[in-house]
Design a binder for this molecule. Sequence first.
Ligand code: MGD
Ligand code: MGD
Ligand code: SF4
Ligand code: MO
Length: 816
Amino acid sequence: MSQTINPPERTAQGPSRRTFLKWSGVAAGVAGLAATSQGLGTPTARAENVVGMESVDKTVWNACLANCQSRCPLRLQVKDGTIVRVLGDTTGSDELGDFQIRACVRGLNQRERIYSPDRIKAPMRRTGERGGGQWEEISWEEAFDTIASEMKRIKEEYGNEALFNHYGSGSTGGNITKRGSSRRLMNSYGGYLGYYGSYSTAQITAASQFHYGANIASNSFEDNRNSELIVMFGNNPLETRMSGGGELAVVQKMRQEGEIRTIIIDPRYSDTALNVGDEWVALRPGTDAALVAGFIHVMLEENLHDQEFLDKYCQGFDEATMPEGVPENLSYRSYIEGKGPDGIEKTPEWASDITGVPADTIRRLAREIANAKPAAIGQGWGPQRHANGENSARAIMLLAAATGNIGIPGGGNGMREGNTKIPVKAFPDFDGDSAPVSTQISCFNWIDAINDGPSMTAEKDGVRGKDKLDVGIKFMFVNASNTLINQHNDVHVTQETLKDDSKLEFIVVVDHQWTPSCDWGDIVLPATTNFEEIDLVPGASCGDMGWAIWADKAIEPLYQAKTGYEICTEIAKRLGIEEEFTQGRTQEEWRSWIIEETRKAEPDFPTEEEWPEVGVFRKHTGKHRVAMADFREDPEANPLDTPSGKIELFSTKLYEYSQTWVFEGEREGDKVTALPEYIEQWEGQAEARSADTKYPLQCIAHHYKGRTHSSYANLAMSQEMHPQMLWINPVDARERGIDNGDTILVFNDRGTIQTEARVTPRIVPGTVSLPQGAWYKPNAEGVDIGGNVNTIMKYHPSPLAKGNPGHTALVEVRKA
Ligand SMILES: Nc1nc2c(c(=O)[nH]1)N[C@H]1C(S)=C(S)[C@@H](COP(=O)(O)OP(=O)(O)OC[C@H]3O[C@@H](n4cnc5c(=O)[nH]c(N)nc54)[C@H](O)[C@@H]3O)O[C@H]1N2
Ligand SMILES: Nc1nc2c(c(=O)[nH]1)N[C@H]1C(S)=C(S)[C@@H](COP(=O)(O)OP(=O)(O)OC[C@H]3O[C@@H](n4cnc5c(=O)[nH]c(N)nc54)[C@H](O)[C@@H]3O)O[C@H]1N2
Ligand code: SF4
Ligand SMILES: [Mo]
C-alpha cells in the first residue's frame, strides 16, 4: 500500500541533504534553524535574543533522553502545532552545584529528528521474506491483534522463557517513556527470559562483582580537586558526557580551578586528552593489563607500592594473603616476578613490547603514579568493551589498590567516576527481584539463544537462574533499540540468524525512526518521540549534583504514532491483563504517582503544581562522593560482598570458574583467570604484528560526537558536523598510499566497509578507529557504504561477562 513513504528511501547515511532542506523549508523551519545555530551563546542569552519569540503559542519543558549519559533539559517553542525552535536550559548558572545544563548540538538539533523523513508513519507488516524489504501498511487494530495472538501462541507452545525483551538504550533517560512499558507488559503476562549486563558495561560490571563484590563507581569528578594526579584509562567525558552542565563541565571546571596534572591512557588522543590532558600515553588497544603489570613491576622493585594497604584490605597480592587451599605461586606478586605458571617476569620491557609504550616511559609513569598522594586512578568503559575486557578493568582497579588510593578523598577505586542522582521514583516495570521469571542470559548472547537455546548452559554460556535453557527465544520485543542489527557485533551473523523465521518466530520493532533494525521486524510500530508525550525525567547527574526534569507534551503525536504506554495497554487488553498493566492509571496519573511517591522521601521535590514553572530541579549533596570510604575506615565492620570480605585481587570465585567453565568451538582458548593478568586477545596486538597476518590493523570503535550510538546518525546536520570516517595514523596511511579525505575500504573476512580516511596523528600507529553507530547500509555487492563498524566486528562473547567486544577486531585498509 504505502511502501513509497514507509519505510523511507535512504541514502548512504540517512536522508539526503535535499530531503532535509525540503522539510526545513516550511515557514517555521528557517527560524528554528537560526535558533539552533545560535547554540554557542548561553541559552539564557539565546532565549532573550530570539526574534519573534512572543509570537509562539507556547514554550514547554522536555528533555533529550538519548543514552549519552548526560541529560539535558530542552525548551520547545510551538506555533500552530509545530515545534519551531528548540532552546536550551534557562535556569542555573556557571557555578558548580548549580550548573546550567546546556544541551549539545545533537539535542539542539532535535527538530530534524522529530520531523525526520525517516519517521515511521504507520504500523507496517512484512509481506515477503524476513529482511526482504517488502511491506504493507496495516491498521493499529490488526497490529495489536496479531502481536497479542503471537504472544499467546508462543507462550502456550513454548512457555514464558521463549519471550524476550531485547536490549535497547534509546529512551534510557525517560521514566514512563522508557522501555519500562514493554517490560511491565511481559511481566504482567507471566514474565520473559531476562538478561543481565549491558552493551555498555558488561565486562567491568561482571569483573567488579568478583573484585569488589559489587559494581562500585569511583569518587566523583568534583572530588578530583583533592587529588595530586589524575590518571584516566580510556575515559572520555568530553565526548561521551557532552552536556554543558554534565561531566564535561565538571571536568573542565576542575581543570580551571586546580590544573591538576592529568595523564590520559588511550590509543586515541581524545578530546578529553586534548582539553585537560598533560600527557597522552598511547597504548595498543586491549593491553591495559600489561601496562599495569609493568607499572607494578617497577613499584615492587623500587618499593613504591602501598604494602600496608595491600596486606590489610586485599586478598592475593602476596602469597601471605592468598585464600586457603590454593597452590603456591598464584599470587599477583608471583605473576609479576615470573614465579607463576607462565614463568615470565613482567618487566617494563615485557610490557613495552605488548603495549607499545616505551619502557622508560613505563618506569617514569610508575614512579609518578606511586608517588602522587593521593592519585585519582579511574577508567572509562573503552578498556573493558574488549575481548578480554574483564581483565583490563580489574587490572586498573588493582593499580588503585597497589598505590593505596581506595576509599580516600582525592583517590579512587579504579572504576569510572561516580555521581549522585536524585532518587526519583521509577515507573514500576515488575523487573528485578520481583520478576516472575528469574532465568537470564547475557544481554549479548541472544544470538545463541535464538540459534540453539537448549544448548546454552551456565558453565558454557553464563546462563543464570538455571543450569541450562529449556527453550530458545521465539518472540522478541525490540523497543527503543537498534541493537537487533546495527549495534550488535557482526551484522552478518545477526542477519543470518534472523533470516530463518522458524527459529525466532516473531519480531516486533517499536521505534520512531525507520532504522536498519526495523528492516528485520515482522511488525514495525510507529512510536512517539518523547516530545509527543509527557514524563518526569529522573536520574540525571554530574559530579555531586543530581537533577530531574519536567517533560511536557509539545505537540500531538505525528502521523499515526502512539506512546509506548498506549501500545502496551492495547496489547495488554487483548491478553486479558489490562488491569494488571495499567492499575487503572493513565500516563498523566502515573506521573502524578511518581511525583507523590518521590516527595515521600524527598520533601523538597517540587509538587505537580510547581513543576511546570520549575522545569529543572537540581540538588547538590554538599559533599564529594568518596567510594568505599566505609570500607577504608573499618574493613571489619564494613566488609565487601566478596567471599573474603576484602578486595579480591585474587578472586576465589574466579579461581573456581577458571577450572569449571567451558570454552569450546569458536570460544576455545578463551579463559577466566583469578588474577587480572594480561591475556592475549583473539585478533589482538600480537596477531596484528605477526609476519603472516592478513589483517595488521587493530580496529576500535569510539563513541562519537555526531551521534549517541546510532541515535541522531540519520540526520543531515549531524552528518555534516561529524562525518563518519576512519581515524588512521599518517604512518599507516602513507604505507597504503592513503591521503586525508580519500574514500577507503576497511575490511576483513567478515565484511567490507566503505568510508572516508581521516589521517591523523591522534591515533596510535597500528590501530584505526571507526566510530560506532553509523547506520548499516549494504550496497548491491554487500559493501557497507553506511560506515557501520559492526560490519567488521566479530560475534564472540567475552569470557566471563559474555559481553560485547565492540572494540576488538583486526582489519586491513585500502584506497577504494
Ligand atoms: N557523544 C556520544 N556520547 C556517548 C555515546 C555516544 O555514542 N556518543 N554513547 C554513550 C554510551 S551508551 C556509553 S556506554 C558511553 C561509552 O563511554 P566509553 O565506553 O567510555 O566510550 P568509548 O568511546 O567506547 O571509549 C572511551 C575511550 O576508550 C578508548 N579505548 C578503546 N579501547 C581501549 C583500550 O583497550 N584501552 C584504553 N586505555 N582505552 C581504550 C577509546 O579510544 C575512547 O577514547 O558513552 C555514552 N556517551
Ligand atoms: N562495535 C561496537 N558496537 C557497539 C558499541 C561499541 O562500542 N562498539 N557500543 C555499544 C553500546 S555501549 C550501546 S549502549 C549500544 C547502543 O545501541 P542501542 O541501545 O540500540 O542504541 P541506539 O543505537 O541509540 O538505538 C536506540 C533506538 O531507540 C530509538 N528511540 C529513541 N527514543 C525512543 C522512544 O521513546 N521510543 C521508542 N520506541 N524508540 C525510541 C531511537 O530512534 C533509536 O533507533 O551499542 C553498542 N554497540
Ligand atoms: S545528546 Fe546528551 S549531551 Fe547532547 S543534548 Fe542530549 S542529553 Fe545532552
Ligand atoms: Mo552504552
